[in-house]
Design a protein around this ligand. Structure first.
Ligand code: PRX
Length: 647
């Protein structure tokens, strides 16, 4: 049976876009979507050329794309500047006094920057960078709280053509040093600290520690955020607020080639050292902007709130670049989502009149566990669209999001994409695409997604396979920094087909259901199953808050399933619940998916972006000491607790 993957999901609910939503949407029907999809597929050059024309190009491109697998180039010969397109274009075009970024700090303080003010701050910081010898092509590390200054830092780098690499503020000194060394960064922009759960976390100290091992860094610019004391190293460190004093409020934009590197963003692979994913200027700009506008159906007066940190690709594309390129208002929240209580995000929605809310399934499941009351006590009538990203969203969580957060009124866009894809690839267009809980639905225009077997042949509907993209798209990664071999082997092992590394299946309507990473596919008695579906069945039980399923070797069945289950607050872990869950999975999927072993735990090991680290759970299930990279693990103590729960 080769490596065919079986899909066992039986979700049949369908939700059509509300007529009132469709009436005002950019894409109003499935027919509208199909037409766009066909246009982009039949004539990609004119389709993307037309989208790109909306932006300012200092020199027009001579050719839209060139594809020599694995190397793509878009808007060849074109010169542009993404900071100009995110700022100057709007200041000149009637949005000068519109809010560009609203930041709410954990302390409750709110700061608003209009497009004009944001442009000024970006220009002043760009002057500082220049004065410290940072020029086009020099790499700059950004290690910041989630606040407007992080966006200013990114846009200032982009303005002068210095590729940035944002390092998530939760990473350790070692993780910072690894990333800065890999790209030989010349400067770092950081802050004294950030606020988390009422306390401050010292960021500058981590940078200082990291820099003892990073010879390339010559300058450190420090934003005063918490006001905590930090030692400043003479000749290297300068306070942001002092450095910008007296700097001119404008700096001419330089025109950069469409393929000029815009940023590197490190993703940790399952093994080995993190990969510096490279995105360039023109194609990324067009992709981030087009997808933001289409998927979020952005309107001029929207307040858009994405809970992702700027340290992740979601923060890059859908807090900063894609949102500002559309002249929209992006709301940023600095702190912990459950601080000072579990109602914080809903209170933000209420107080700022948020219209579009974009978050991750891990957050949705957390709020589900904390109880509806926290959501319902806040007025959410301003919301009109909800989004999800980062992991497969299990239908139970989807339904809760729809029912409780969205009051059954707001369409949900479940957006599938990756750091590598630069922007959303598979997602409903909310005015046109009927949604099914748990499916990211259909590929966006320009995305030639397919589900294939090991010979790259499409698999029939309902069968699982590998999710691949058959054609290049403007926002695709252009490489792994310094490692063209790894780039080719990882993403384009057989010519021009991009391998996502995810498993998926497509239903009879062509809807795509992502089953998780290929590495997480398990093989039980010859049945290859995606873990997401089994986890989803477990989580649909009222006593389960979260679940992760992995396999351990088994002499009889090849592999046996081990489930790590976090019960809901009021449920009792024990033999009875174990038996009950076995019966539940039998009912939902069938006997073959019943875990051989169910372990109860208070928490699952997660990356800082909220993804469950199944690799570590596999090690625990197999009784191995954990190996590989754990620098992205959110809470090390969770691992210890899981081991202790083994007997
Ligand atoms: O496995 C898929 C999962 O997250 C991976 C990409 O992770 P990262 O590069 O960190 O980017 C996260 C933000 C885009 C994918 O390979 N993933 C992301 N979104 C979804 C998803 N899985 C299922 N459904 C999604 N909507």
């Amino acid at each position: 049976m080769g490596d065919a993957i079986e899909s066992v999901q039986r979700e049949v609910r369908v939700f059509r876009p509300p007529a009132s939503f469709s009436a005002r949407a950019r894409v109003k029907s499935l027919d509208d979507y199909c037409k766009l999809f066909r246009d982009a597929a039949d004539n990609p050059e004119s389709f993307w050329g037309d989208v790109a024309k909306e932006f300012h190009w200092f020199t027009p491109w001579s050719k839209v794309r060139e594809w020599n697998p694995p190397n793509a180039r878009w808007f060849i010969g074109g010169k542009t500047n993404i900071s100009h397109n995110c700022l100057d274009r709007h200041v000149a075009g009637g949005r000068r006094n519109k809010a560009a970024i609203i930041t709410e700090l954990e302390s409750g303080e709110v700061q608003t920057l209009t497009y004009d003010q944001l442009l000024r701050e970006v220009c002043r910081l760009a002057h500082v960078l220049k004065s410290r010898g940072i020029n086009a092509g020099d790499r700059v590390g950004i290690y910041m709280p989630n606040c407007a200054e992080a966006a200013i830092a990114m846009l200032a780098c982009a303005r002068i053509g210095a590729p940035h690499t944002v390092i998530f503020g939760g990473f350790s000194a070692q993780a910072i040093a690894d990333r800065l060394n890999d790209c030989k960064a010349k400067a770092v922009i950081t802050a004294d600290g950030l606020r988390r759960r009422g306390r401050t976390v010292d960021l500058k100290n981590n940078v200082d520690q990291a820099l003892t091992n990073v010879p390339s860094v010559e300058a450190v610019i420090v934003h005063r955020n918490t006001g905590d004391n930090t030692p400043m190293k003479a000749g290297r460190d300068l306070w942001w607020h002092e450095a910008v004093e007296g700097k001119p409020r404008f700096i001419e934009t330089e025109a950069f080639d469409a393929e000029h590197p815009l940023f590197l963003l490190y993703t940790s692979g399952t093994t080995g050292k993190p990969k510096g994913i490279l995105h360039t200027t023109g194609g990324y700009m067009v992709w981030a902007a087009y997808t933001a506008r289409s998927v979020f159906d952005l309107r001029e007066d929207d307040v858009y709130f994405c809970t992702a940190d700027v340290g992740w690709i979601t923060g890059h594309s859908y807090v900063v670049y894609g949102i500002l390129a559309n002249g929209a208002t992006s709301l940023i929240y600095e702190g912990a989502p459950t601080w000072p209580d579990a109602g914080r995000l809903w209170s933000i929605v209420e107080r700022h009149g948020v219209n579009i809310f974009y978050t991750a399934p891990t957050a949705i499941r957390t709020f589900m566990r904390l109880g509806d009351e926290w959501v319902k006590r806040h007025d959410r009538s301003s919301l009109r669209l909800l989004g999800s990203v980062g992991e497969p969203i299990n239908p139970e969580a989807w339904m809760w999001y729809h029912r409780v957060v969205g009051d059954e009124r707001c369409p949900i866009v479940d957006t599938w994409w990756q750091t590598e894809t630069g922007g959303i690839m598979i997602s409903p267009l909310p005015g046109g695409t009927p949604t099914k809980p748990g499916s990211a639905t259909l590929p966006l225009p320009g995305v030639a997604a397919d589900v294939v077997d090991e010979h790259n042949r499409p698999v029939p509907p309902g069968k699982g396979g590998r999710l691949v993209i058959r054609e290049p798209w403007p926002g695709m990664l252009r490489g792994i920094y310094g490692d063209p071999e790894r780039f080719k082997n990882t993403y384009f092992p057989s010519g021009g087909i991009y391998v996502t590394g995810d498993a998926a299946h497509r239903d009879a309507d062509g809807y795509i259901w992502v089953l998780g990473r290929m590495d997480d596919v398990v093989n039980v008695s010859g049945h290859r199953l995606g873990t997401a579906e089994i986890e989803s069945a477990l989580v649909s039980h009222p006593s389960v808050a979260e679940a992760a399923v992995v396999a351990r070797p088994d002499a009889l069945t090849g592999q046996a399933l081990v489930a790590f289950v976090t019960p809901r607050g009021n449920a009792t872990a024990g033999e009875e619940l174990r038996r009950e869950l076995g019966k539940h999975v039998t009912r939902e999927i069938g006997k073959l998916a019943v875990p051989a072993d169910i372990r109860f735990t208070n928490a699952l090991p997660k990356t800082r972006s909220g993804k469950i680290m199944r690799r570590l759970l596999r090690d625990i299930a197999c009784g191995n000491a954990s190996v590989g990279d754990t620098t992205t693990l959110e809470d090390y103590s969770v691992l210890q607790k899981l081991r202790e729960s083994e007997e």
